[in-house]
Design a protein around this ligand. Structure first.
Ligand SMILES: C[S@@+](CC[C@H](N)C(=O)[O-])C[C@H]1O[C@@H](n2cnc3c(N)ncnc32)[C@H](O)[C@@H]1O
Length: 447
């Protein structure tokens, strides 16, 4: 209900009693990954939706029922192979016994005043679903939102931007992302950390330069070395930002000033910390959100790192800039987050189609405002956790057309979300296990 009212799931879950939170979170993630199908089924079962509380409960139950192997079998038997693997692969076996699910949904309805009077309606809908499952699923099968569990505009947009890979992207969005850590190379190495995990029977393997993937998610605070700052939680795609910026920059030499780096949209500091782990440099970590800036301070503190943290609007440097230009700028710009849907299944239901153009304008303004702060010969990494081209490739093409002194250097470009279990390897994806991202590296040339 909170997500349908436009609230992000993370803060909504913070309001849930701590003891209930893991269960509520698991159900909420599942419901949001199957909401398109659940809503299509609910529409078939009841033309007029019940009051919002009852509808939410009914859709959660339908989402659980529609994810069972029997339900998916009817999707497959409809003969369209495009659709047969459209749901989360992990859900190919029933979450719960059908009748337990119906019984518990009705019990839940009876326990709240808001749904009490809808309990028999919910019971009727769910029992009808069990009786007519095949016919209802076949009908839902004609509705792309039910097939892909994304809003229609989102499906159309991904299809337009990635005509060859749109189905893999949507499928990956519906999968569960593993817990990925970035090892703090100032404290340990990924090989040593994997050994430390294996020694206590936690399955893990290295990924990329500093990444470690856990075969099963765990509470991060219970992992070895958390308090000592041995690792941060960060997806493998996000781990590419700091090396991309730092690899091409070299300090002038002993006795010379250290590299000056601006992390322009820094909170909660994941990439700020990575920059500081890689090199001894002076980092200004800027963010417009004062509360989120506190999180930068906490994260750096735990990792034993230091930056100058500034609250300010990156598009208004006159308010906070000291006038000394930077060797490197990281612009991890605000975006639709369309690349991290597998970790945030609410994002697809929260965004509106107009958000893309609005955010692209913000990104263009940030690029324009920060470019003059870069030294000649300096480098700027522009990145977004989006698969939409307006926030990636097209944004940078427009910037290059405007900015005569910018040269585009080799960078990953659009990385498409990918789960390790999938056979298809995108041409620009090397790691096979990461979120969707866009990366451009720009160098300032003398005019
Ligand atoms: C994608 S998040 C950054 C994540 C961060 N780089 C990390 O790796 O942990 C984008 C951030 O941009 C900040 N932001 C949005 N508009 C901004 C602006 N005009 N100036 C500075 N920060 C801004 C948001 O508060 C948000 O923290």
């Amino acid at each position: 209900m909170a997500v349908r009212d436009g609230q992000s799931m993370t803060p909504a879950l913070e309001d849930v009693d701590a003891q209930l939170r893991p269960g509520v979170q698991a159900l909420a993630f599942h419901a949001l990954r199957w909401l398109g199908r659940a809503e299509a089924l609910r529409q078939q079962l009841a033309k007029r939706p019940p009051p919002s509380e009852a509808d939410a409960l009914l859709c959660v139950a339908l989402g659980c029922l529609a994810a069972t192997s029997a339900a998916d079998a009817s999707f497959m038997s409809a003969g369209n192979t495009d659709f047969s693997q459209s749901g989360p692969s992990e859900n190919s076996s029933p979450l719960y016994n059908d009748y337990t699910l119906v019984d518990q949904a009705v019990e839940a309805a009876k326990r709240s005043d808001a749904t009490l009077h809808q309990a028999s309606f919910i019971n009727g809908c769910l029992r009808r679903f069990l009786r007519e499952r095949d016919a209802l699923m076949t009908q839902a099968h004609h509705n792309p939102q039910a097939v892909w569990n994304h809003p229609q505009w989102w499906i159309d947009r991904v299809r337009k931007d990635h005509p060859l890979h749109w189905q893999e992207i949507l499928r990956a969005n519906n999968s569960r992302a593993p817990l990925i850590l970035r090892i703090n190379q100032r404290k340990t190495t990924s090989a040593q950390y994997v050994q430390a995990l294996l020694a206590i029977d936690i399955g893990a393997f290295p990924l990329g330069e500093q990444g470690v993937v856990l075969t099963e998610a765990r509470p991060v605070m219970s992992l070895p070395g958390f308090a000592e700052g041995h690792f941060s939680v960060q997806d493998a795609a996000a781990q590419l930002a700091a090396p991309l910026l730092m690899d091409g920059l070299t300090a002038a030499g002993p006795g010379q000033p250290r590299l000056r780096i601006l992390d322009a949209c820094a909170a909660p500091g994941g990439k700020t910390a990575h920059l500081l782990e890689l090199a001894d440099c002076d980092v200004t970590a800027l963010d417009i959100d004062a509360k989120r800036c506190q999180r930068i301070a906490q994260n750096l503190d735990r990792l034993g790192l230091q930056a100058q943290i500034v609250v300010g609007d990156a598009s208004r440097p006159n308010d906070w800039w000291d006038g000394e230009s930077y060797d490197g700028i990281l612009l991890d710009a605000p975006c639709t987050a369309s690349g991290i849907v597998r970790r945030h299944p609410d994002v697809r239901w929260l965004r509106r189609p107009t958000d893309i153009a609005q955010l692209a304008q913000v990104q263009a303004r940030l690029l324009g405002a920060l470019w003059p702060l870069l030294k000649s010969g300096g480098r700027l990494v522009y990145c977004t956790c989006s698969v939409f081209k307006a926030e990636g490739e097209q944004q940078i093409a427009a910037f290059m057309a405007r900015q005569g002194d910018a040269a585009q250097m080799p960078a990953p470009g659009h990385l498409l979300p990918q789960r390790g279990a999938v056979n298809a390897v995108f041409p620009d994806n090397l790691m096979r296990e990461h979120d969707g991202f866009y990366y451009a590296l720009l160098e300032k040339r003398p005019v």
